[in-house]
Design a protein around this ligand. Sequence first.
Ligand code: ZN
Length: 48
Amino acid sequence: MLRDLSQTCGGDGCSNALSDPLIVYETPAGERRAYECCCGAVTITVAK
Ligand SMILES: [Zn+2]
């Protein structure tokens, strides 16, 4: 549960690895993390 899979950017034509979350916050559905890539795309993940 504590293991983090490395995230990759969801931007078109971009597959950069994302390391440090820009924002982490809790919701009733789980922890959400927003990553900002150098291409400008923001990828949001949900972890339970
Ligand atoms: Zn990107």
